[in-house]
Design a protein. Sequence first.
Length: 153
Amino acid sequence: MDLRDYFGRPSALLAVLSSVDLIYVRGGSAFVLRRAYLHSGADDIIRELLARDAVAYAGYSAGPAMLGSTLEGIEGDIDDPCLTPPGYPSGPVPYAGLGVLPYAIVPHYRSDHPESPGMEQAVKYLIDNHVPFVALRDGQALVVDGADTTVVE
């Protein structure tokens, strides 16, 4: 699904997302994806569905990063926080993640991925700024089940 189809229509998006058991979110620019969440209402809807344990959430790259506390540290060489594609409303840079997880997610860490060197810098930024994070290599997944959190290969 394309969240742009739901900009300004959160009740329509809620109807769609309430009818599924799994939300899988692929990568791309984390800041563009975060803007799409904001303008479609997906941010509040996903928080609500996860809080009610009504849906599972999975994804790749920027997808899982949305659940964290912040997108800070990945701007610059990794993702342009000011990128606002055509059809997206302008506004302040959405650095805050959804806050479903109390830490930032750093994907592609020490992986064979073009963004991997930038993720080293993101980890350094998060350490220097005392921001809790989980760094995941490609092929790893963070599984959260209630109070239990595990990184699996």
